[in-house]
Design a protein around this ligand. Structure first.
Ligand SMILES: [Zn+2]
Length: 415
C-alpha cells in the first residue's frame, strides 16, 4: 500500500514538472531558445551505482526523480534506509544521450543487491510470492477461488487488491507455490496477507408456507366453546436463493424466486357468542340414559334394596352411555356402598343428581360437565339384581324427590 502511494506521488511530481517545463518553454523568447536547447542537449548527468554505470539523464530534476524513486522502492522492499542513494555517484559530461528517469530507476534497481524483477503476486501492493510466469500465478489464484466455490457460483472476488505484475521484489521472496497458497489462503488467521473471498452463489431449497387461521362466529355455541370447521394445513414452496458468503460464512441470503408446490389451506374455527358457559345448568333435565323403567320412585317391596326407593331405575345392558341430565359440577365420583360406582352432580340451583351402579366412571370430582355430556357407563355395581342406572334427584341436596316429574316435564317441553 505504502509503495503504491509512493508511486502515485512520484507520478504527480512528474506531471507537475512537465507542466512547468512546458510553460517555461512557451514563455521564453525566440532569441534565447536556441541557447537553452543547445545547453540542455549538451550537458547530461552520468550515474553510477557502486561503481557500475547505470545510465544518464539530461536534467538534475530527472536525476533526482530517478534516484528518489529507486531509493524509496528499494528501501521498502529491503526494509533499509536509502539503499540506493548511499551507493549513487554522479558526474556531468557533455553528451546528447538521455535515458529518461524511468529507465534510470529500473537500471538502478537491477543493480541493487537483494532485489530482482520477477512475476509476482501483490496483495494491496505487498509482494507475497513469485513464480516463473504470469500464467502460473494466475492459475494459482484461480485454484484458490475454485476450491472454495460450489457449482451454483455466480461470482467470486477478493476484497483485497490482488495483482499479478512483473515487478521488483525482494530476491528472497518465496517461490514455493504451496507456501504462496498457504499465505494467501482465504480466511487464514495465521497469515498477515490472507485473502478475503466473497462469493455469490445460487442455491435451491424448500420452505414451508404457514397456513393462516380464520374465525367465524355462531350464536348457538357458548362463549367458551369453539369448533374446528376446517382443519388447516401448511403449504410448501421451492425456492431459489442468492447466498453471499465471506470466506465461506454466510452473510446474506436473498430469495430470488419461488414456485409453490403445495398451497396452504387456511384453518376455519367457529367461535361461540352465546352468553354463559356450555356447562351452565339449563334449568331442566334430559333423560340420563336409554332403557326401560324397571323401578319407580317410592314405596315398593322387592327382594333387594330399600322398600322406599329413592330414585328411578332405567334398565339396559352394561356399557350403555350415561349422560349428565343438566350442566353442573361433579361433587362425587367413586364407590359408595349400595350405590356401587356413583357420580353425583351439583347443578347451579343447588339440586344434586345421582347416577348409581355404574360399570365405569368417565369424569372426575371437580370437573364441570355440560348437559348431555357422557359421564359414565351403565353397570351392575353395588346392591343390584341386574344392570340398570339408578337416577336420583335431590333439590338443594336434601331429600330425594321423584325424578320422573322432572323428566316428563322436559319431554312435554319438547326438550
Ligand atoms: Zn334404584
Amino acid at each position: 500500500m505504502a509503495k503504491d502511494t509512493g508511486r502515485r506521488r512520484g507520478a504527480s511530481r512528474r506531471s507537475t514538472r512537465k507542466t512547468l517545463t512546458l510553460l517555461m518553454v512557451t514563455a521564453v523568447t525566440a532569441l534565447f531558445s536556441w541557447w537553452n536547447i543547445a545547453r540542455d542537449s549538451l550537458i547530461c548527468y552520468a550515474v553510477s551505482y557502486e561503481g557500475e554505470s547505470v545510465g544518464q539523464v539530461a536534467t538534475r530534476w530527472e536525476l533526482m526523480e530517478a534516484v528518489e524513486e529507486a531509493d524509496a522502492l528499494a528501501g521498502e522492499l529491503l526494509g533499509e534506509d536509502h539503499p540506493v542513494a548511499r551507493g549513487v555517484a554522479v558526474t556531468t559530461s557533455i553528451s546528447r544521450r538521455d535515458d529518461g528517469p524511468e529507465a534510470l530507476t529500473a537500471n538502478l534497481l537491477y543493480n541493487v543487491e537483494g532485489i530482482e524483477k520477477r512475476w509476482a503476486i501483490l496483495v494491496d501492493g505487498e509482494p507475497v510470492g513469485t513464480l516463473g510466469s504470469e500464467e502460473e500465478l494466475r492459475s494459482l489464484i484461480y485454484s484458490l477461488i475454485s476450491e472454495r466455490i460450489g457449482p451454483g457460483a455466480v461470482s467470486a472476488e477478493f476484497e483485497e487488491d490482488v495483482r499479478v505484475e512483473y515487478t521488483f521484489v525482494p530476491a528472497d521472496l518465496t517461490s514455493d507455490p504451496e507456501e504462496i497458497a498457504r499465505l494467501l489462503s482465504p480466511g487464514s488467521t495465521e497469515s498477515p496477507v490472507s485473502l478475503t473471498l466473497v462469493t455469490r452463489e445460487r442455491e435451491e431449497g424448500e420452505e414451508t408456507i404457514p397456513h393462516v387461521t380464520t374465525y367465524e362466529y355462531d350464536d348457538e355455541l357458548f362463549e367458551d366453546e369453539e369448533r374446528v370447521e376446517r382443519e388447516g394445513s401448511d403449504g410448501e414452496r421451492k425456492c431459489l436463493y442468492t447466498v453471499l458468503r465471506r470466506n465461506g460464512e454466510e452473510i446474506s441470503r436473498e430469495l430470488t424466486s419461488w414456485e409453490v408446490t403445495e398451497e396452504p389451506v387456511s384453518e376455519v374455527i367457529v367461535k361461540g357468542t352465546r352468553e354463559g358457559s356450555r356447562t351452565d345448568s339449563q334449568g331442566y333435565f334430559i333423560w340420563p340414559t336409554n332403557g326401560i323403567i324397571s323401578s319407580y320412585f317410592g314405596y315398593r317391596s322387592t327382594s333387594v334394596g330399600n322398600s322406599n326407593h329413592k330414585g328411578l331405575d332405567i334398565a339396559n345392558s352394561v356399557g350403555t352411555n350415561v349422560y349428565a341430565a343438566d350442566g353442573g359440577v361433579v361433587t362425587f365420583a367413586g364407590w359408595s356402598g349400595a350405590y356401587g360406582n356413583i357420580v353425583k352432580l351439583t347443578h347451579d340451583d343447588g339440586t344434586v343428581t345421582y347416577y348409581g351402579h355404574l360399570s365405569s366412571i368417565l369424569t372426575s370430582e371437580g370437573e364441570r360437565v355440560a348437559q348431555g355430556q357422557l359421564i359414565a357407563l351403565m353397570g351392575r355395581t353395588g346392591n343390584v339384581s341386574g344392570p340398570h342406572l339408578h337416577f336420583e334427584v335431590r333439590p338443594s341436596g336434601g331429600s330425594p324427590v321423584d325424578p320422573l316429574g322432572y323428566l316428563e316435564l322436559s319431554e312435554l317441553r319438547g326438550k
